[in-house]
Ligand binder design. Sequence first.
Ligand SMILES: Cc1cc2nc3c(=O)[nH]c(=O)nc-3n(C[C@H](O)[C@H](O)[C@H](O)COP(=O)(O)OP(=O)(O)OC[C@H]3O[C@@H](n4cnc5c(N)ncnc54)[C@H](O)[C@@H]3O)c2cc1C
Length: 577
Amino acid sequence: MRTIAIVGAGESGAQLALALQHAGHRVALYSDRDPEQIRSGAITSSQCVFSSALQVQQPMSLAQASTGDLGITGMHLHVEGTETHPAVDWQGTLDRPALSVDQRVKCAHWIEAFIERGGDFRVEKVGVQRLEELTATQDLVVVCSGKGELGQVFTTDRAKTPFDRPQRAVAVTYVKPEHGRREETDASMIRMNMVPGVGEFFTFPGLSVNGPCQMMVFEAVPGGPMDRWDRVQSAAEHLETSLELLREYFPHEYPRFRAAVLNDPGACLRGRITPVVRSAVGKLPSGRNVLGLGDAVMLNDPLTGQGSNNATIAADHYARAINVHGDAEFHEDWMARTFDEFWRGWGQFSTTWTNAMLRQRKPWQHEVLANAQQHDSLATALVNAFDDPRTLFPWWFDEEEAKEFTDRIVAEEGARLDLRDFRSTLGQFATGVTVVTTRTPQGAKAGMTANSFTSVSMDPPLVLWCPSKFAPSLADFESSTHFAINVLESSQHMISRQFATPSDDKFAGVDYTEGVAGVPVLDGAVATFQCRTVARHDAGDHFIYVGEVEQYLRAEGDPLVFHAGAYHRTALHPDFS
Ligand SMILES: Cc1cc2nc3c(=O)[nH]c(=O)nc-3n(C[C@H](O)[C@H](O)[C@H](O)COP(=O)(O)OP(=O)(O)OC[C@H]3O[C@@H](n4cnc5c(N)ncnc54)[C@H](O)[C@@H]3O)c2cc1C
């Protein structure tokens, strides 16, 4: 049991506090506002949370706060045509629904749950001096102050921060659309509208302080015709400006909101955000360190709706990292490493994509968006990237890759089976997760995440796994004599993500030892099997690699489980506990 102070009880801080409290740590949660002040204050976000983050989100026992009640099922994209590019209009379905619960509702709820379970909650605006006091008495201090000024204790990481000024003027308005009006069929979708050179408008349903509402987000290109929020003084003017912009730039959306009323007096938000990534280790004047989480250290523009998702996934990762750290000191290196794991496994993809979306689209990206109008599978891939931005890499960012990806996904449309549905059905078979590693004769390391691992024979001891013929590291496995199956431990989901995504160095930050034939054997795995390749069989769009086990190792710990497209942990069946 460790003593941990968490500063900021927003999306990341409140969830981290609950997770650590649940694990038995002594947590003190500091917030500049109490739950009632949060509930009755102004909105802070549009907080659309997609399914990967919902999977690890802290529970909310609140009426209607579920995807069953208010799930967001997909996205309708409309890109206004220009002289060079025709208009684009299509919709795609999310594999699993997303959900937006007003942060005023959910953060207040999470704080109250923390207090009910005996948590030490303090209303206090924490400054640097107070951080000094906390670091002197607590094992660990985590700063989750969002866009608040306390984030200044973390220095900007210039290499990860391409902008030095806001890329959009942002405004959010929660409304009740016209009373009694019948909603369109796709009212459960995100309606994303883009007008090149002007900005974006998107809207989706969500749960607010007084029940369901419609959340509207305006993203104005600075200095452009939509950048007129600075002169807005009151809530009434805010709503008026929202409707004015709809009428002028998104006229097809206007009729739905023509008679909209503000959801509540606090349902307006305006501002400008400079995207920034900071060092996650904050050094205080005394030389002691604090760890940063959420927007305090990785602040993106809301255009892609990723911030709450990032905050949730990072909070989950930090909680697991703290739990497995045992009694050891929370040293500066551990802090840097904990953030780096999150950055490499998730944050970099979300940030790179969001920053790219703020820029002018590349020619091949226009082409992909246009092709998605003809091909549902492409639209589906693009929409589901909002849930998992890693899936856009590398193809969204490279002309050749984009063409190859489009060709492949379009070819799949002609397949005998509905491949999406087939994949989902196969996903009902729960598996462990492995990273298969190898070393080429030239000495290069390679690895990829795979759940196709199976034991085959006891005598001789044989196992198999199946790489895709399209896997970028396939050539490395083809040329090498050995491979190692590393069965991941439940906290290693970031490593799973890291090895599942193309990158120049998949091993960055990963500890390993060299096994047979120099093959990397990953630290922390619950089991490893070092194998000599004895057969390779052709099997459709995959190969089957059969290996004879030359060495194996078993370690304590629970395995990471993959089921229905999401990571899980094992739990003893209640019938047998
Ligand atoms: C306009 C807009 C729209 C957005 N839409 C989406 C979206 O659709 N989907 C999505 O995923 N993300 C969205 N985001 C981003 C998302 O809201 C944030 O990324 C997320 O809330 C970050 O969580 P956090 O815990 O880091 O910070 P926050 O949730 O902002 O929490 C910080 C908390 O710390 C408190 N605090 C600050 N300073 C102190 C202090 N000194 N002492 C004590 N307490 C302090 C604050 O009051 C606050 O409660 C949006 C953001 C904006 C601005």
